[in-house]
Design a protein. Structure first.
Length: 167
């Protein structure tokens, strides 16, 4: 188990990421079909996956999805896409220590796996759904946000890697 100080630091960083994703999702989102694209969520998923790890990233995505839905700035489809993408980004980074794999995890987790998981949810809620409703919007959001995250991570890598080493 992590030391208490490390857990508190991760909790604070998670809260900061939730705030950024919640507010950023309100400022920078656009509809594609029945889903809403929020590239800031994908950006934050990659950052939290790399810096905090898969479980904290998953918690960040869940909390952000809940807040965005409560505030009316997100849809129920934020849950499968963001949570799977965040977890996969963190898991791939944790396993291979390569930021580009965290980016790939976000794109595949949100853009493909999240889209597949959203189909039965859409069928249940709206009586319609299909991969072509979700793959374009989820993928567009994930690619834009993950690419921005990669640029940011590359620019700030000395600081980020030092923080990761400290725990």
């Amino acid at each position: 188990m992590e030391p208490k100080q490390t857990q508190i630091k991760k909790l604070v960083l998670t809260a900061l990421f939730v705030a950024i994703a919640t507010y950023g999702g309100s400022l920078f989102s656009f509809p594609i079909g029945i889903a809403k694209c929020a590239p800031v969520q994908s950006l934050v998923n990659v950052l939290s996956g790399i810096i905090l790890g898969p479980w904290w990233a998953l918690g960040q995505a869940l909390t952000t999805s809940i807040l965005r839905n409560l505030l009316g700035t997100g849809t129920v489809f934020a849950f499968p896409g963001s949570m799977i993408g965040a977890f996969l980004a963190g898991w791939l980074y944790q396993k291979f220590k390569k930021p580009v794999l965290a980016v790939l995890g976000e794109v595949v987790g949100t853009g493909l796996v999240g889209a597949i998981v959203a189909v039965p949810l859409a069928m249940l809620l709206f009586g319609k759904g299909g991969l072509m409703l979700f793959i374009p919007s989820f993928s567009a959001s994930a690619v834009v946000g993950a690419a921005l995250a990669y640029v940011l991570v590359r620019a700030l890598w000395p600081v980020i890697s030092r923080e990761i080493e400290r725990g």
